[in-house]
Write a protein that binds this ligand. Structure first.
Ligand SMILES: [Zn+2]
Length: 341
């Protein structure tokens, strides 16, 4: 089968295309003919050797994909050959207390497809059947491929962890990121007042189209001052910060008493200073979020495509995957970057 892979951890320039043996599958597995996969920042952490564990090489990368079921193991019942499916990228034991409680992303063996085992940047991927979901009618392969990590993280952050309530005020960093474009839509399901940030003016209009009420260009205006001003000092109930070192201290200052900070990424660095007195003095909760449970996926899939819909920035051909990652690195995108297989 055709596959994209890398043999050294030197970044997206090392991506190669070649022929690899098609993966074999067992009785509880599904083989999916991949039609599209989407890019995540996680891929870049892996490719540049910044992931804390050893990535096996050569490595077929990518975590989020959609396609058509090509073959199923004898014990698989819920999908059949020919079904259009989304592969949820969270793998877990399915037996432990966390898994049985629907918190499989807290399983001791939780892992993300494409991290410590081969991923989806290939003609075929073989995965266990349990994380495979039927694609809702009306979603394209490109859209279906862009959901897994992004939408599960967004849903888990606001709905399952921070417990968003009707008409909350929510600050969402980086509207143009895949997560940002999902978070805005999830927050608007709760009639939230959404304040979001962009680093380029051209992204502001797109953020407003998704429902953002206030868009701050953080390069022109201090976002914490802007939150104070636009909320008339009431501040935010929830701040979702996946930027990290550059923003977390000021993100905390945007929270009202009893508010929640959600963190699931650190694109600007992951070492931060914070005042504990500030945290306990304001009754602030911090939610560290690593993707989310598999149960989140059917919760948001049933809203698609009629009520919410993934935002696709661009679609690249298989041979141009390197250029797709260049676009991700450039930050000149809005929504998900997808590669068609
Ligand atoms: Zn488990």
């Amino acid at each position: 089968m055709k596959a994209l892979y890398y043999e050294e951890l030197t970044g997206h320039q090392a991506i190669r295309a070649g022929d690899l043996p098609a993966p074999v599958f067992g009785p509880v597995d599904v083989r999916v003919r991949i039609k599209a996969f989407s890019l995540n920042h996680l891929d870049l952490w892996l490719m540049t050797g910044r992931y804390p564990q050893q990535v096996p090489l050569p490595h077929v990368f990518g975590s989020d994909a959609a396609g058509v079921v090509d073959a199923v193991g004898d014990a698989v019942e819920h999908v059949r050959s020919g079904d259009e499916v989304i592969i949820f990228p969270g793998l877990s034991c399915n037996r432990c207390e966390a898994c049985l409680a629907g918190r499989d992303n807290e399983c001791a063996s939780f892992s993300i497809l494409g991290v410590l085992q081969n991923g989806v940047s290939a003609e075929y991927a073989t995965v266990p059947a349990y994380p495979v979901f039927a694609t809702p009618p009306g979603l394209t392969f490109e859209e279906a491929a862009s959901l897994g990590i992004t939408w599960t993280t967004a849903w888990n952050s606001l709905v399952l962890r921070a417990g968003i309530r009707q008409a909350d005020t929510v600050l969402i960093h980086a509207a143009g990121s895949g997560a940002g474009s999902a978070l805005i839509q999830v927050a608007k399901l709760f009639q939230a007042t959404v304040i979001t940030t962009v680093g380029d003016d051209w992204k502001a209009e797109k953020a407003r189209e998704l429902g953002a009420d206030q868009v701050i260009n953080y390069k022109k205006e201090d976002f914490a001052e802007a939150v104070k001003r636009t909320t008339r000092g009431r501040l935010a109930d929830i701040v979702v910060d996946h930027v990290g070192a550059d923003t977390v201290a000021r993100s905390l200052s945007c929270l009202r008493r009893g508010g929640s900070l959600v963190t699931f990424g650190a694109t600007s660095g992951d070492e931060v200073h914070m005042s504990l007195r500030y945290l306990f003095g304001k009754n602030i909760r911090i939610h560290g979020v690593y993707v989310g449970p598999r149960a989140a996926m059917p919760q948001y899939l049933k809203l698609m495509p009629g009520i919410v819909r993934p935002v696709i920035d661009s679609v690249f051909d298989f041979a141009d995957a390197g250029r797709a990652y260049e676009r991700l690195v450039s930050r000149q995108f809005f929504g998900k970057i997808v590669v068609r297989v």
